[in-house]
Design a protein around this ligand. Sequence first.
Ligand code: PHE
Ligand code: FE
Length: 296
Amino acid sequence: MDSSAAAAVVTPAVTPAVYGASDRPPRGDYSRGGAVLADYTCPQDWASYTPADHDTYRRLYERQVAQLPGLACDAFIEALPSLGVKDRIPRFDELNERLHRATGWEIVAVPGLIPELPFFTLLANRKFPVTDWIRKPEEFDYIVEPDVFHDLFGHVPMLFDPTFADYVQRYGQGGIKAHELGAGEKLARLYWYTVEFGLIRQPDGLRAYGAGILSSVGELRHAVLSDEPRRLPLDLLRTMRTRYKIDTYQANYFVIDSFKQLFDLTEPDFTPLYESLKVAPDIEAGVLLPGESCKA
Ligand code: PHE
Ligand code: FE
C-alpha cells in the first residue's frame, strides 16, 4: 500500500458496493469527522464502547465457544485463546502484538464493509480489516453485515494458522489482479466459499473453518451436521460460478482436505479461469449440476 495515501486524512467519497443478494446500503459511519483514512482504515475508538457493547461481546463469545467442539476445525480451536480477553471487546493493538508475532498479520479497524480494491490491498499487505462497531442487543442472534464480533471471533483465529494466513494474503494479491481484469465479483465468490463459509475434512470428520459459520450460532450446526445443504469438493471454476445469498444460511458449501490443498489449488494464474468464467453461466445457490453428487 502507498503509505503517503494511507497517511492522508481523506474521507472516502463513496460508500462500498456490496456483492451478494441484498439491497441495503452498508451500515457504519464512513465520515466520522475525518478519522477514516483514504485506505478506509480508522482508529478503533475503544473508549467509546459502552458497558452494554462489552456485554454483548461477552455473551456472544460465551455462547459461541460452547458449541465449537466437534464443529470447528482444530486450527480455529487452538488459536481462539490468542484473541485474549473474552469478557469485553479486545483492544486491537494488544491483540496485534500476538498476531504479528505468530504470522506477521495485523488487524486494522474499519467503519464497515469497504470497496473491493482497498479490501484486496489491505489483505495483500497482511492487514485484516475489522469492523469496529458491535451489533445492538436486538440483533444478538442474527446480523447481515459483519460487526466486530464476526470479524474478530470468526476471522482472526484462522490468521494464526501459517498456511491459511499465507492463503489470505495471496488472495488479496490475486484480488488486485482480478479487479484489473474485471473479475473481482467472481473472485469474491471464492472468498465467500472459503474464508467466510469454508468446510474442511479433518481425519475425525467434517469441520468449519469459515468465519461466517464460526461466528453464527445457528449456521455452525446447519453447515456441519444438517442434511439440507449441498456439500461439494472445492473446485475453482464451480465455486466462482456459484452465486450466494448473504441473508440466509448457505444452500451449498465447498469442502477442502487441508489448508495446503487450498493454497496449492489457488497457486496457478487465474487469468485463463477468468476467461472461462466469462462464458460459463452462473449457478444459483443450492443447485446441483447433472452428474454432481452432494457428498463431498
Ligand atoms: N493464483 C491467483 C491468480 O493468479 C491468485 C489467488 C491466490 C487468488 C489465492 C485467490 C487465492 O489470480
Ligand atoms: Fe467476514
